[in-house]
Design a protein around this ligand. Structure first.
Ligand SMILES: Cc1ncc(COP(=O)(O)O)c(C=O)c1O
Length: 336
């Protein structure tokens, strides 16, 4: 065990979250017993994985005297929605720099609807411009608010940085207790990976707390190489910022990038089938962008690959429910 000194955090999330056994689905699949760490229950509208990171990020922002938050992501970003809601909860102004995905909806839906309801300011950019100019766009908005005399805290994509890493180190500490309470030694911990912060935290946390269980990130965009580099780089920054004595460069960063499908936020029928199956078998809601893509990839690996020969398998449900609503037309339910 490595003695880690956690920095101050805000108490925003409902943690520890439950670890739930999926008996019916596990029987149906005929593989290992699947357990779900219910991080979709970390809050209500601000639920999901981002709130764990933001507890640390926003503590730093408040400590620095910030009154304005700027962050960025896709139009249906769960991270932006969580930041918008938590900003409102803390009395902070929030500005979201959003990447347009496909045609702009006539009626705002899902996460975007909640962003607007929370009073966040939005600026939406065409995908190409966002990809080419994100740092400049963020700087523009930073300058804009600073000129108004505001104290701005800039949060990177997904709050995945040296500070955000603490969120899933905290989750790894919870998992250690969950596994002891359930009397299990899982063969793997599996989760969706999108900006790398959840994986960075779990990778460092499982090492620091001796969980003796590999963490597998199922990529929903970008390659395994990209994520290995991103995770190691965030962990290096984390060690430097908090003076941590843990050799993270030697830790394995396991990423599976074979279940991304057509691209970020675009899911195949298999993923929608998985959403329907898990909802009907267990009453558990997955979303097509993150959790279902990762869950479906995990099931394929149970059937034919890496996760076949183990007794217990743990899936971290990182939330994302609201993203389901903006893709409801893909679920094939309209004729019922
Ligand atoms: C619901 C959900 N699950 C998983 C992820 C991936 O987490 P991370 O960005 O820490 O890789 C995200 C965000 O990217 C998310 O919104």
């Amino acid at each position: 065990m490595v003695a880690l000194v956690f920095p101050p955090k805000l108490d925003l999330a409902r943690t520890p979250t439950p670890l739930q056994r999926l008996d019916r689905l596990s029987r149906e699949l005929g593989g290992p017993t699947i357990w779900v760490k219910r991080d979709d229950l970390t809050e209500c509208a601000a639920s999901g994985n981002k709130i764990r990171k933001l507890e640390f990020t926003l503590a730093r922002a408040l400590e620095a005297g910030s009154d304005t938050l700027i962050t960025c992501g896709g139009m249906q970003s769960n991270h932006c929605r969580a930041t918008a809601l938590l900003g409102a909860r803390l009395g902070l102004k929030v500005h979201l720099v959003l990447r347009q995905e496909g045609p702009r909806p006539e009626t705002p839906d899902g996460n975007l609807f909640l962003d607007i309801l929370s009073g966040a300011s939005l600026s939406v950019y065409p995908r190409d411009q966002y990809q080419r100019q994100l740092p400049e766009l963020l700087q523009q908005w930073l300058d804009h608010y600073r000129q108004q005399g505001r104290r701005v805290w800039l949060i990177p994509t997904g709050a995945s940085d040296a500070t955000g890493v603490w969120g899933y180190i905290g989750c790894a500490r919870e998992l250690k207790q969950d596994f002891a309470a359930a009397g299990i030694r899982p063969g793997a911990i599996v989760h969706a990976t999108g900006s790398g912060g959840t994986q960075a935290g779990l990778t460092a946390g499982t090492a620091a707390f001796d969980l003796d269980c590999p963490v597998w990130g199922m990529a929903v965009c970008d390659s395994a190489d990209y994520f290995r580099h991103k995770v190691h780089s965030d962990l290096r920054d984390w060690r430097a910022l908090y003076d941590v004595d843990l050799d993270t460069d030697s830790l394995a960063v396991n990423v599976n990038d074979s279940h991304i499908g057509p691209g970020y936020a675009v899911a195949t029928e298999k993923v929608f089938q998985c959403i329907r199956q898990v909802a009907a078998t267990e009453g558990l809601m997955l979303d097509p962008v993150y959790s279902a893509k990762a869950f479906q990839g995990m099931i394929e690996e149970v059937k034919t690959g890496r996760f076949r020969d183990m007794d217990d398998l743990v899936f971290i449900h990182t939330g994302g429910l609201f993203g389901l609503f903006s893709q409801r037309h893909n679920l094939g339910l309209s004729d019922r």
